[in-house]
Design a protein around this ligand. Sequence first.
Ligand code: FES
Length: 319
Amino acid sequence: MDSEKNPTPPAGSASDGEKATDASPAPVSPATQQNVDELLDAARGEVKPRPASASARTPVTPSAKEASANTRAEAAPTGDAPGKETPATTPAAARAAPDTGASKTTSTPTPSINKGVSEGVAAKVPATTAKPAAATAKSAVAKPPAGAVVTAPVADGDEAIFKMRRRIIWASVAGFLAASFLMFLRFFLPRSITEPSNVVRLGFPGDYNFGVDTKWQQQYRIWVVKNSERLFVISAICTHLGCTPDWKESENKFKCPCHGSGYDSEGINFEGPAPRPMDRAFVELDAEGQIVTDKGRLFQWPKGGKNGFNDDGSFIRIA
Ligand code: FES
């Protein structure tokens, strides 16, 4: 097949050429040499553009020649013939060795080759393009100043959650401090127990019959006693140890359930351990004529002492 496509005359074939070399080497024209090179390249699997002519080639500067030579030295396989030139316009893919295996070899780039490649690449890259890239890389990886706290960007939803958490925490702290301050102020205020007033209104004297009235015993712990001359109020507290005696109407006396002390209808002790008569509360009539008593003001008749049941305020005279 190659012989059919090869435009070289039969006199230029390999076998004939060897015979001719032995005898006398025939001169080879440049066109024939070029065809032979193309056939060899095709046999190696390399496809190279055919140069128009030696005179039509583009003039190459010395620097480009050096870069091209270094590039060929890096990419060309070691099986290539020494001194073979590859056009500078040949693509890198076309210059790469084919993966056919027969003449494939690997070469290790030397420092001089690497230098040539770097210089060639640097010569091809415009300076105006390299500088902005370097500046962009510097700005992209600019390091923060020492000691600065680098925080990751936070989404809007997370920021709203963080704000709400901060508000809740500060509200809790403020509430705790306010409660503590109020408790501190309360420490300086006196504690008082509110009790019902000792001054009470008991109605009109005409509302009571002669004898002992027990309707205020449970509410005010007092009895209202009315006779033909006086109306007075007895404090329902046993003078022995403070129990509340019971009124025994059938027996016409007060009987203490604790230790058996007995008092007559006017609260004068006559039996049991009670040391003295039951006390009487202050009583008077107000402007409306109602009975007003003050349980905080008591009249006593101590044993062997002065009888205070005749003092002013200890009774209301009944006309
Ligand atoms: Fe009333 Fe002792 S308390 S007799």
